[in-house]
Design a protein around this ligand. Sequence first.
Ligand code: ADP
Ligand code: ZN
Length: 433
Amino acid sequence: MPWNKQFECMSLSDLHKFQLSNLIDTVRWLYERTPFYRKKLDELNINPEDIRSLEDIVRLPFTVKNDLRDNYPFGLCAVPLTEVVRVHASSGTTGKPITGPYTAEDLEQWTECTARVLWAAGVREDDIFQNCFGHGLFTGGLGFHQGASRIGCAVVPTSSGMTERQIMLMKDFGATAFCGTPSYALTIAERAEEMNMSVKDMPLRVGLFGGEPWSLAMRTEIEERMGIRALNNYGLTEMAGPGVSFECSEAPGGLHINEDHYIAEIIDPVTLEPVPYGKKGELVFTSIRRRAMPLLRYRTKDITSLTREECPCGRTFVKMDRIIGRTDDMLIINGVNVFPSQIESLLVDIEEVELQYVLVVGKRKHLDSLKLRVEAKKEVYDAGAGRVAEVERKIDNHIKGLLGIHVGVELTAPKALTRSEGKAVRVIDERPK
Ligand code: ADP
Ligand code: ZN
C-alpha cells in the first residue's frame, strides 16, 4: 500500500536518525564517485565522517543550476551508465536542459513518492485516472504514470493538448481523478464550457496540480468551474520530478515534504544563511535516497517557507507553503518586488475579467515598467471602450492599493491570449537587450 505509515508518520527523533544515516551515506557515495563533489568537499576540507549531526548539513557545499549545466549531460552521474535505466530532462528554456538519470532503484523510490502524492489526495485503485501531463522527457507524465499504476488505478495517459479529445475521453471513460498543470486545468474547463459540456456533470472528483506557481485564486476558479477538489503538489527534475511534496486532502494549505527522501532547508538567497521556520526564503533540497544523481543542498530558486505542525492526516512530515514564485521570475518595479502569482491573486476579485493574463516587462526611461494584459469577459468588452477603460482603472487601483505600484493595465478581447497546454508563460520581457 502506498500509504507508508511507518515512514510518513514517523516520530521526529526517528526521522532525524533516518535522515542522518542516509545523509552520511549520500555524502560518502558522492565523495567516492563524483569528481565534482570530491573537489568541492576537499576544498571545504570536509570528509564524509565529519557529518555527525543533521545540523552539520550547513557545512556541505551548495549545488546550483549552473553546476548541472556545466556538467551536462552526465558529469554529475554517480553510477556508470550501464546502471542507468532512464533519463529525463527539464525543459531548459535557457541554455542546455537539466538531465535527470535514474537507476532501477531510483525509479522504484520515485514511484513510491508519486504514489504517496496520489494516495494523500484520496486516489485509490477504483479510480479512473487521466494523466494530462506531457509523457516524455518531462517528469510529470511518467512520474504520475508510475505512481498511479502502483496504486492500481485505471490509468489513461492522454498527455496534454488536443483538448477537445481530452474532454471527450474524460467524459466517455468517466475519469474520476486527473493531474496536470493548473493553467491547463483552466484551459480544459473553459474549452468544455465552449463545447457545452460542463465538467461539473462528469464523475471527476479531484485534480492534482503542479509544475508551475499558482495562486489560491486559481484554486478557487478551478474548483468552481470544474466542480472538483484541486490539490497542489510540487517537484523538480533535479529531485527526480513530482513526488517531492504534496497537499493531503485532510488539511490542504501546505505541502508535506517526503522527508525520508529529501532534506529541506530555507536560506536567504543573498546571504545564503539559514532562515527559521515560518519565514520565506529560497528552498534548498538534499536528496538522501538517490543513487544516479543525488544532489547536496540544491538551490531550487523557488521561494517559500516551512512549518512543522500536527496535521489531522497523521503525517509528521514538515509542510512547505505554496511557492510564490521563482527568484528568476521576480520583477523589481520601482524598487518593489513583484511575483506574477501576487498579481494573479488580485484578479480573483475582479469579476469583469478572466484569469487569463500575462505581465509584460518593458523600459520607461531608465526604469523597468510593468504592464498587465488581462482578458475582459465578453459582456464587458462588448459594452465598449468606456467600460473597458473603467475596468482598467479599477484593476490599476486595486494593484496600487495592495502592492503600492501602478502598472499599466490593458484589457484584451475575449480569447485574445494564448491558452496554456503545459506550463503557462506569465512574463514577457520586452526590455531592449
Ligand atoms: P523547468 O520548469 O525549470 O523546466 P521542471 O519541469 O523540473 O523544470 O520544473 C520544476 C519547477 O517547476 C520547480 O523548480 C518550480 O519552480 C516549478 N513548480 C513545480 N511544481 C510547482 C508547484 N506546485 N508550485 C509552484 N511551482 C512549481
Ligand atoms: Zn496532512
